[in-house]
Design a protein around this ligand. Structure first.
Ligand SMILES: Cc1cc2nc3c(=O)[nH]c(=O)nc-3n(C[C@H](O)[C@H](O)[C@H](O)COP(=O)(O)OP(=O)(O)OC[C@H]3O[C@@H](n4cnc5c(N)ncnc54)[C@H](O)[C@@H]3O)c2cc1C
Length: 327
């Protein structure tokens, strides 16, 4: 059995740590205890709750917001709804991420993982495996000079506003400067976000967000009065590492691959692939890495098709880049 250091106690790091500990490995999980002022309103799709429970071995979603569907105006001005109640796996979830991550770390601690609340600045020594689960920054892999393939320069301009009511669904709408989503949170507020390319926001992100919102049909109605909205920015680019494993290290979650937020796939993929890697620590990790590459290739193909289905603004830079991507 191996001594393992996991850097990062987000969803992927916890999924890895819990699974590895259950397989008998000696696991230390380091987490710096990040707290964001605003989270971007992440959701789990239908079946995501069951999947999290099956990986962690316990239900941790009590008190999170149930999600009953999505509505999207994409490729046309018509809003198409998709009701989760007709999905075999039932409703999805809108997460309170601080709470979700803290619950997952509690599960790790009760599974025999040593949880250390500390920021890692030097690579841990005296372990057989260092697992990079530090998110987009890739604390470990970036020190190892592992190549990062960057597919776009997206950012999300995110504001949290009072929820003026409406159904508990995530609404997505494409617009000239990018695409928007709005998600109700559990506490009578809602996230309203614009995903665009970072170089298309010149200077004042709050002005870009407000002027873009005025171009939407559905999102601006759901957003209500946004005069006092405070707009934050999150890196949201699609990117992945050229290698997921190496001599004594592997990367999981966003440290390995950041999925386009359009897919709402980051959490589920990160959790599943992290758990699979942990279960295979003594086995075919090269096979795991090939599987991960196949998942990323599939994501990029579907993402390309979805983005190219929006043809209404071929001369707007955000869409022109996606309609004719470089080779
Ligand atoms: C705008 C936006 C919307 C999104 N919407 C969705 C969605 O609806 N559904 C979905 O599934 N995904 C969504 N995602 C993606 C999702 O947020 C990520 O895929 C997910 O958070 C990745 O989990 P992770 O565990 O890999 O990394 P993270 O959640 O980033 O966790 C990394 C952890 O590592 C810790 N850490 C970092 N560096 C160190 C260090 N040096 N030492 C110790 N600890 C460290 C941090 O404190 C953190 O706890 C969205 C992303 C964005 C940007």
């Amino acid at each position: 059995m191996a001594a393992v250091a996991v850097v990062g106690g987000g969803p992927a790091g916890c999924a890895f740590a819990v699974t590895a500990a259950r397989c008998g490995h000696e696991v230390v999980l380091y987490d710096e205890g990040r707290r964001l002022r605003t989270w971007p309103g992440e959701s789990l799709p239908s079946g995501g709750g069951e999947l999290v429970a099956s990986v962690l071995g316990v239900e941790i979603l009590d008190g999170h917001q149930r999600a009953y569907g999505t509505a999207a105006a994409w490729g046309s001005s018509e809003l198409q709804t998709h009701d989760f109640m007709t999905h075999w796996a039932g409703h999805g979830w809108i997460l309170d991420r601080d709470r979700f991550d803290a619950s997952a770390r509690d599960v790790a601690a009760t599974t025999g993982v040593k949880v250390v609340h500390e920021r890692i600045t030097e690579l841990p020594r005296d372990v057989e495996w260092v697992v990079d689960a530090s998110g987009r920054a890739g604390t470990v892999v970036s020190r190892l000079d592992v190549p990062r393939i960057v597919c776009d320069s997206q950012i999300a301009l995110v504001a949290v506003v009072p929820d003026i009511g409406g159904e508990k669904v995530t609404t997505v709408e494409s617009a000239p400067s990018g695409w928007w989503y709005t998600t109700p949170l559990a506490d009578d507020r809602r996230v309203v976000a614009l995903v665009t390319d970072s170089d298309l926001v010149d200077g004042d992100r709050a002005s870009a967000w407000r002027s873009g919102l005025a171009d939407t049909t559905y999102i601006r109605v759901l957003a209500g009065d946004v005069r006092s909205a405070d707009v934050g920015a999150f890196p949201s680019g699609t990117a992945y590492r050229g290698e997921m494993i190496g001599d004594g290290w592997l990367a999981v979650g966003d440290a390995a691959a950041c999925f386009d937020p359009l897919s709402s796939q980051g959490l589920v993929t990160g959790i599943v692939m992290a758990a699979r890697a942990a279960a295979m620590l003594d086995g075919d990790l090269a096979g795991w890495s090939r599987d991960y590459e196949a998942v990323i290739a599939e994501h990029l193909a579907v993402r390309g098709e979805y983005l190219q289905a929006e043809t209404r603004w071929p001369d707007e830079p955000f869409w022109a880049r996606r309609l004719s991507p470089p080779d």
